[in-house]
Every structure is written in C-alpha cells, then in structure tokens.
Design a protein around this ligand. Structure first.
Ligand code: FAD
Length: 321
C-alpha cells in the first residue's frame, strides 16, 4: 500500500492503552508509507505521544481541545474528520474498545468507507491484506479484505503483538488545532462504577465468577485470587443479574470480550453467550462442582470441586510462587 495508515490511539487515566500499540502493528501490516498515530484529549498527551514514538509510530498528531477530555461521539467524530481531511489516510485503525466501537462506524459512514470490526488478526497473503474476525459468537472465523480505500478497522485488544520498543526512538509530534462546532452533548461528570486497578479488557489474567459464587463472599475470594495473580475480576451475566457483581464486569456476547493469557472461570456453567466473550483466552481453567458443566468443554484445565474450597487453596499456592 502506498498510502498512510492512521492509528487512533486511546488514552485512559493519562496512560496510553495497550491496544493503541497493537493498532500500530495492525496498521503496519498494510505496509503503508507511514503510520501516523493521533491522540485526542484535553491535555496531558505528551507522555503517551513519546510512548507511541518509542513503539514505532512514524509521526504523532496531538489534537487537544477542552471538549475532547471525556468522550462524546460528535466531538470525537468532528476532530477525527479534520485529521482525516488533513492526512488523507488509506487505512484507519481503532482499538475495539467502548470508544472505538462507537466512533469507528460513525467515521466509516461519514467517509463512505468500508469497515471491519473486532479483528483478531491482520495478515498479508498473496499480496492482499486479510482480516480475521470471529462470527457466530466466536464459533467460527471469517476472513475479509478491503476492496476500496479509505478503509476503517477496529481490532480486539490482546490479539496482535506489540511493536518492539526502542528506548531512544522518537517520532515527530505535531499539534492540530480543531474547530468543534455545535456540539450536541458535553460530559459534565464521569462517575466510575468499579475501581479495580487492572483494565478488564486488557488484563493478562482474568478471574471470573458466576452464579456459583453465591454472592459477595465468593467474589471477595475471586478478587483476592486476581490480586495475587495481578489480574482483573470478571463475571458472568448470571452473577450480574443476581446482583453479585457489577454489569461493568460482565463478560460475554452482551458484555466485554476478553482474551487474556489465563482465564479462570469459577462457578460459571459455560453458556454459549458467556463463551462468546472469553473462548479466545489462551489458557482456560474452569472450577465447577458439576463435572458435566459445558465450561469443561472449552477448558484447558478443569477442576471439579467447590470453589469455596478450591480458590483458597489456589490463593495460598500462588502466594508461594
Ligand atoms: P449458571 O448457568 O446458573 O451456572 C452456575 C454454575 O456454577 C453451575 O455450572 C454450577 O454447577 C456451578 N456452581 C454452583 N455452585 C458452585 C460451587 N460452590 N463451586 C463451583 N461451582 C459451582 N451470559 C454471560 O455470561 N454473558 C453474556 O454476555 C450473556 N449474554 C446473553 C445474551 C442473551 C441474548 C441471552 C439470552 C443470554 C445471555 N447470557 C449471557 C446468559 C447466559 O445464557 C447464561 O444464563 C449465563 O451465562 C449463566 O451464568 P452462570 O454460568 O453464572 O450461571
């Protein structure tokens, strides 16, 4: 490809999201003339810009505006349209995050561009870039190619490798002033529902609980195990519906999609809608009282037992490592 690739790099809590770096890898696979990363926000973007430079972006565009501090679709869309107008990229890559899911299709529609969402691989085959994405709730994969440009792509976190980091590497940083007009919404306040340290979507280890946790006590145990492993806590919809866990933690077809290195499912039956959100995990460990539970069909390791007995043992053992 002769043209440019534009990576929309997301920042969360002042730090670059890991998927922004994976998006650089995705953009690079189109063999563009240049990978440009764009950062949107209200300020504090210099450190994320430096990180993008160390990880292989060829150029960074910082767009700072008071209305870009918290995400709103119209402010982000207007800002991105102005970046696209200036840079005329052939491919635009987003992370398949809450923001990416929302703004990428809007941008594609405004550009009249083709879009592929939730890609788990981007590879070059026979001179063509092929994009792999799960379908039928993760039961199958389809391979797509773009026949036209510009093209818009969103990638699922934790699937593509990170570009190598070169400690002294820097990339030119430019600032683009944008004109945001007639904004239909502004964010006055962001109220965080969960306060866990590790981002569930990008966590390397996820410890998830289902209805079998029977309540807060079960989730307290799971949080302890997640802390020992440096991971995040997730939940099935069964657990969320029962009020044991917040919906922000729900994993599955109608929740978050996670692909950690290690997924521990405790007291989760393994309904198809749950598997849609976690079956791409590299190693799956299931703890369930019922040896016939469907979760054991996707598990690499299965422990048939009561989670209230098994999890404390795991906590003690992992503490020793
Ligand atoms: P259950 O199915 O009740 O399973 C509990 C399990 O815990 C059982 O296997 C039991 O053997 C085990 N258990 C009980 N006690 C213990 C113990 N002490 N120790 C060990 N094991 C124990 N679900 C999702 O998770 N995510 C989604 O995004 C989602 N989206 C949906 C969308 C739609 C349109 C629909 C219709 C459903 C969706 N569901 C989703 C719901 C899904 O079908 C299941 O109902 C749900 O996943 C069940 O949750 P669970 O496994 O926690 O509960």
């Amino acid at each position: 490809m002769a043209g440019k690739a534009l990576v929309v790099a997301e920042v969360k809590g002042g730090a670059l999201r890991q998927v922004a770096l994976e998006a650089i890898t995705a953009g690079r696979r189109f063999e563009p003339s240049e990978v440009i990363a764009v950062l949107l926000g209200a300020g504090g973007l210099d450190e994320p810009a430096a990180a993008l430079g160390r990880r292989g972006a060829d150029r960074i565009v910082i767009v700072e505006h008071e209305s870009l501090g918290a995400y709103t679709p119209d402010a982000y869309l207007q800002a991105l349209l102005q970046v696209v107008e200036r840079e005329a990229p052939e491919v635009i890559v987003f992370g398949h995050t809450a923001i990416g899911r929302d703004v990428a299709p809007r941008l594609a529609a405004r550009l009249g561009a083709g879009m592929v969402s939730d890609a788990v691989d981007v590879r070059s085959e026979g001179g063509e870039v092929r994009i792999v994405r799960p379908i039928y709730a993760g039961k199958a994969f389809e391979v797509r190619t773009f026949t036209d440009r510009p093209a818009v792509l969103s990638i699922r976190p934790n699937n593509l490798p990170l570009p190598d980091e070169a400690a002294g590497r820097t990339a030119p940083v430019e600032r683009l002033a944008v004109d945001l007009k007639d904004l239909r919404s502004i964010v006055r306040e962001v109220v965080k529902k969960t306060a866990q340290g590790v981002d569930l979507a990008e966590a390397r280890v996820v410890v998830a609980g289902g209805r079998g946790t029977k309540g807060e006590e079960g989730f307290r145990l799971l949080r302890e195990l997640a802390d020992v492993l440096g991971g995040a806590v997730g939940a099935s919809r069964g657990a969320c519906d029962a009020g044991y866990a917040d919906y922000a933690l729900q994993i599955g077809q109608t929740g978050k999609v996670v692909t950690p290195d290690l997924y521990i499912a405790a007291g989760i039956s393994g309904a198809i809608q749950h598997l849609a959100g976690m079956s791409g995990s590299k190693v799956i460990v299931a703890i369930n009282k019922d040896p016939e539970a469907p979760i054991f069909q996707v598990a690499d390791y299965g422990i048939v037992g009561d989670l209230f007995e098994v999890v404390p043992i795991l906590i003690e053992e992992f503490k020793k490592v």
